[in-house]
Design a protein around this ligand. Structure first.
Ligand SMILES: NC(=O)c1ccc[n+]([C@@H]2O[C@H](COP(=O)([O-])OP(=O)(O)OC[C@H]3O[C@@H](n4cnc5c(N)ncnc54)[C@H](O)[C@@H]3O)[C@@H](O)[C@H]2O)c1
Length: 255
């Protein structure tokens, strides 16, 4: 296990919300060697998550087929990963990654519940796309152990790891998550959430781009597909702005 000064060893992880992001994040954490439980309130989501990590487009069977994993590595990761409807059990972890839908009331309630049920040493990370991490941390009695860990879709493939620290986030929390993100094969960048400035880079810049792309469509200059094609050809992006939105929300499932 990779250690770094100030980083705590993370052996057990809980993932709250096993949808598009949570299921892939749980898969990656299990592949990185963590005993992982993915929790969801929906039985359908739990079943889907289970299927996705095994035989989905980015599941471990596909990785074995592509030669990215051996069959033994895939089976070992699956043995470390469970999906469960037991919230309390999921909370018994060194780190919890919250992946519930992007609603502030739900994030706040989830962090309150996590703060009450998780052991004192547990780090609570949010995969919010843009809510203030300081605001979420204020719902807990452990702001020093609250951090943003923003993943990109599909989490199994993307190397993106935007780690958002607040004024109250302890150095060891930052270091622990940074080291774990590297262990997951990601390329972590730590940024700051300040009282005056919103601590997200990727979605701030993406938001500006999608607003302008939508304006081009609203003004009748170009269709969605035409905007996408132009941006792909001009900047060598893998998809255009509208294709990105569609893919991210669907988990990049094939039509
Ligand atoms: N999809 C993306 O591209 C993307 C990228 C980065 C970050 N995010 C963020 O990740 C989070 C999750 O997004 P998603 O795309 O995976 O959504 P999703 O709708 O696919 O999954 C959310 C899951 O949370 C479950 N859920 C709802 N209430 C819950 C609760 N109280 N406790 C536990 N589970 C609950 C739902 O049943 C669902 O399975 C959001 O904050 C989103 O902004 C999404």
């Amino acid at each position: 296990m990779t250690r770094s000064e100030g980083a705590a060893p993370i052996e057990t992880v809980g993932v709250i919300g096993a949808g598009v992001m949570g299921s892939g994040i749980a898969q990656i954490l299990a592949l990185a060697g963590c005993e992982t439980i993915g929790f969801d309130i929906s039985k359908e989501a739990l079943d889907e998550a289970h299927k996705a990590v095994r035989s989905g487009r980015y599941g471990v069977e596909k990785s074995v087929e592509l030669g990215k994993l051996t069959a033994d590595e895939a089976e070992a990761a699956l043995a470390r990963l469970r999906f469960s409807d037991d919230f309390d059990e999921t909370c018994q972890a060194d780190l919890i990654v919250e992946c519930v839908p992007e609603r502030l009331d739900l994030k706040i309630k989830t962090f309150r519940d996590l703060d009450q049920r998780a052991p004192g040493h547990t780090i609570l990370a949010s995969n919010t796309s843009g809510f203030s991490i300081a605001g979420i941390a204020a719902a807990t009695d452990r702001p020093e152990r609250v951090i943003g860990w923003h993943w990109a879709s599909p989490p199994v493939i993307s190397r993106f790891a935007e780690i958002i620290r607040t004024k109250g986030t302890a150095e060891h929390t930052v270091e622990t998550v940074r080291v774990l993100a590297s262990r997951c094969g990601k390329n972590p960048v730590v940024i700051r959430d300040t009282a005056m400035h919103w601590g997200f880079v990727a979605n701030r810049v993406y938001g500006a781009m999608i607003r302008e792309a939508s304006r081009c469509v609203d003004e009748g200059i170009a269709s969605h597909d035409e905007v996408d094609q132009l941006m792909v050809d001009c900047f060598r992006w893998p998809v255009g702005p509208f294709g990105m939105t569609k893919g991210a929300t669907s988990g990049w499932k094939k039509d």
